[in-house]
Design a protein around this ligand. Structure first.
Ligand code: URA
Length: 225
């Protein structure tokens, strides 16, 4: 899909999402927080849910956790404009309570569509809710963080990097360093061929390899025959 076509589809999805009433959070939100950033991003962040400031502005990670995210992005040479940032939930749970399973279920088709449209190479999940949803595993973030996984998301194999949520790092300051160390793994991952590219190359090579093996066998027959 071309960049303009991808942007148009995202705008269409955003217009649909703005009026979403799939779950009761529609009645308490101020604004739907669809996600923001580069429609062609190789790196996508998935957080938990909008907080008070995000709900007011309609943009993801614009509060204190967002400031830390911006700082850590800058330290690896990236800006918000280079990445796409979104959340498991598009609407703020009242009082910042945990997302409910039914809310996650209602909202995840939107996340899946954003991933399918943007086709990131790396999905960095922030915190437990995003990590468990994206990896499909109950393993918690304190165990999973910093280790790359591969998952099929939006129909393509992508790298998944679980990260500690910046809000958790702000609450427990020693975790900022852990988060920074895990962030430092992202540039290398972004520079590595994506799992989908590796898979596509393997699939394309297979007949070639088979032909090479057959030729090899012929050569050996010649040699010994
Ligand atoms: N925390 C999140 O998980 N998402 C936001 O957008 C802001 C804070």
């Amino acid at each position: 899909m071309t960049t303009p076509a991808r942007r148009d589809r995202l705008v269409e999805l955003y217009n649909e999402a703005r009026d979403c009433h799939q779950c009761p959070l529609a009645s308490t939100r101020t604004k739907v927080v669809f996600g923001a950033g580069n429609a062609d991003a190789d790196l996508m962040f998935v957080g938990e849910a909008p907080g008070a400031e995000e709900d007011r502005q309609g943009l993801p990670f614009v509060g204190r956790a967002g400031q830390l995210l911006n700082q850590l992005l800058g330290e690896i040479g990236l800006a918000r404009e280079d990445v796409f940032i979104n959340n498991v939930l598009m609407c703020r749970p009242p009082g910042n309570r945990d997302p409910q399973p039914s809310e996650i279920e209602s909202c995840s088709p939107y996340l899946q569509q954003r991933i399918a449209l943007i086709q990131p190479k790396v999905v960095a999940t922030l915190g437990n809710f995003a990590t468990k949803l994206i990896t499909g595993s109950p393993t918690g973030i304190m165990k999973a963080h910093g280790t790359t996984q591969v998952h099929v998301l939006g129909g393509r194999a992508v790298y998944v990097m679980p990260l500690i949520h910046p809000a958790a790092a702000l609450r427990t300051r020693s975790l900022v360093e852990t988060l920074r160390e895990d962030f430092a793994k992202l540039p290398e991952l972004l520079a590595t061929p994506s799992p989908q590219e590796v898979e596509d190359a393997r699939a394309a090579d297979e007949p070639v390899m088979a032909m090479a093996a057959a030729a090899d066998e012929r050569d050996q027959l010649d040699l010994f025959g």
